[in-house]
Design a protein around this ligand. Structure first.
Ligand code: GAP
Length: 449
């Protein structure tokens, strides 16, 4: 069994252009990353698979895209100004900052083998609350009236649009509003690659339900979201649902469960599913004076409860890469392969002429590539030895490669090579597009399972 470490994932991401440290030519900016071509493709696939299952394939959820900078009153009402904070401890000796509730994960700045406070020279302050929201100024005046925040979650942009959606999309509970977009948190201890970063893309859905149905929908969404992961090939042995006890829950929640993944750093939250009750709609009703409630035709009137599945693309991205990463020896040579679900793989198929300078092989491969690219992200590669080209595709997780060779010139067929089994079969050139469509819609489970 391959030992999957975060270092191996980081190194593959860098080597193959998935993710780079940001601002590198200026010495970087701690725990900030830029996505390269394959990272962007994979992120796009994850986002569209989420939107597909949340919006496209359902009758009861609509989409929204709210602003990143909202009226600061939103964050007063939501409780973020007063309570969205972590307890922070400074060390006067090494000048590092630590989360008071995670000292056991910290490393002393002078003696990294020790925890903060364990080394004789450590001089820690008392814990104080540190608000995680990034503050900014709107407009030219730098006074208190112009200060605003970058959103720390996409959820509030949904709550404040509840009335618009209820009226204009003509919905009644149970119904949901889904949103994907960047959120920003000034995390005290970012780290573990993309797992905890200060700028990340959330995918959240707020599902508004009659209060009596909240518990049932909460269970339903835990099950749905768990199945979304297993349906995309994430191994069940690497996933679990962990229900929070009362002391762990946020101020607004009457029930929260984490879908956890066994990352190389241990079991950690991948996605949270929370029963937020009527907290948010009630708070915004009070603070704004606009009634955020459902009024039925028969005069029935209530504030819906909210069930919320919330996740970031970053956490899914890392979980799926870890789940897919594999090393094996084939014919005395080592290969690294990403056994990603074909729907998540950045590139769905590579088209390769066996001998690039052969005009017949090259022109047929190019024509096939032009045909396939209309429907899928595919790649044409005619540089270097064929074995190297296959290895490159294995490392970025491309499930299939179509190769034109001598036989293609005789009978207009190509070989299709399977990334996982390495089996090869022949297909008529004219049937490749339909074959690929079919292959992409087939069920897939991880060969690592
Ligand atoms: N609206 C509820 C909410 O934002 P949360 O548990 O704070 O709840 C939801 O965040 C999800 O966002 C998490 O389960 C995780 O997937 C992701 N997330 C939170 N903080 C993150 C960070 N600093 N870096 C990457 N992803 C993060």
């Amino acid at each position: 069994m391959t030992d999957v470490t975060m270092d191996k994932i980081v190194s593959l991401c860098r080597r193959r252009g998935f993710v780079f440290p940001s601002s590198e030519i200026y010495g970087g900016l701690g725990s900030t990353y830029d996505y390269g071509h394959y990272g962007v493709l994979m992120k796009n696939h994850i986002r569209s698979l989420w939107l597909r299952s949340m919006v496209q394939e359902r009758d009861d959820i609509v989409a929204i895209d709210s602003a990143v900078i909202l009226n600061p009153a939103v964050w007063e009402a939501s409780g973020h100004v007063a309570g969205f904070s972590d307890p922070l401890i400074d060390c006067r000796t090494c000048k590092l900052r630590f989360r008071a509730d995670r000292l056991e994960d910290g490393h002393c700045g002078r003696k990294p083998s020790k925890r903060p406070g364990e080394f004789s020279a450590c001089d820690l302050t008392e814990p104080r609350q540190f608000n995680l929201m990034f503050e900014t100024q709107v407009g030219a005046m730098e006074d208190a009236a112009s200060s605003a925040y970058l959103r720390p979650e996409t959820a509030q942009g949904i709550f404040i649009n509840f009335k618009n959606v209820l009226q204009l999309a003509r919905r009644k509970p149970p119904f949901g509003i889904a949103q994907t977009g960047k959120s920003f948190r000034n995390e005290i201890t970012p780290g573990n690659f993309l797992f905890r970063v200060r700028e990340f893309e959330q995918m959240e859905m707020e599902f508004f339900v009659p209060p009596a149905e909240a518990e049932q929908w909460y269970r339903y969404w835990i099950e749905q979201r768990y199945s979304w992961y297993t349906g995309l090939g994430v191994r069940e042995s690497m996933l679990r649902v962990r229900e929070h006890d009362e002391s762990e829950r946020s101020h607004y929640s009457s029930g929260t469960s984490d879908i956890e993944y066994l990352y190389p750093i241990g079991w950690q939250e991948l996605e949270g599913v929370a029963n937020r009750g009527d907290f948010d709609l009630t708070q915004h009703t009070r603070a704004s004076g606009t009634k955020l409630e459902f009024v039925g035709q028969d005069g029935e009137r209530y504030t819906p409860y909210v069930v919320e599945p919330a996740v970031s693309i970053e956490r899914i991205f890392v979980a799926m890469l870890c789940d897919a990463y594999d090393e094996e020896v084939v014919g005395e040579r080592e290969r690294t392969v990403l056994r990603l679900h074909p729907k998540v793989a950045p590139v769905k198929a590579a088209v390769l002429p066996l001998i690039p300078r052969d005009e017949g092989m090259s022109s047929r491969a190019r024509a096939l590539f032009e045909e396939l690219r209309r429907r899928h992200t595919v790649e044409f590669d005619d540089s270097g030895q064929i074995g190297r080209r296959y290895r490159r595709q294995d490392e970025i997780g491309t499930p299939w490669a179509f190769t034109t060779d001598e036989q293609t010139l005789e009978d207009e067929t190509v070989t299709v090579r399977d990334r996982d089994s390495l089996s090869q079969e022949r297909l008529p050139l004219a049937g490749v597009a339909a074959w690929l469509d079919d292959a992409l819609s087939r069920e897939w489970s991880s060969p690592k399972a």
